[in-house]
Design a protein. Sequence first.
Length: 133
Amino acid sequence: MTKSYLIDDTMRLLGKSLNVTTRRHSLIAGNIANIDTVGYTPKDLDFQKTLEAEMARQPEKLTRTDMRHYAFGAESSLNQTLVEAEDPFHPDPVNIDTEMSHLVENNIQYRTSVEMLKRKMSILKHAISEGGR
């Protein structure tokens, strides 16, 4: 595998973190949307396990149709680690307070990943401009 100097392991990790938080947000929103559905079981992702599984997965190879294209692995669908998020102390299957706390936690993880990726890009931009010369 060729080593890409523009995209390092930290940027790959942050990109996959964004994918996991996006998928988790979709699951939490689905739980909230089905709050009144009888027999619905809430779903959630274990963020840490899913991210570890994504980082362990080998990237798929893309076919380069032009030599000017960058060599880079393809993004694939998430390897989901679904968790049944049922609160045994609440009579309703979907607890809005639990889902909202999951939503806030997921939002913090997403915003942190975006901020870190933004700072990595800023460092790259600074290096490209040769330190502001």
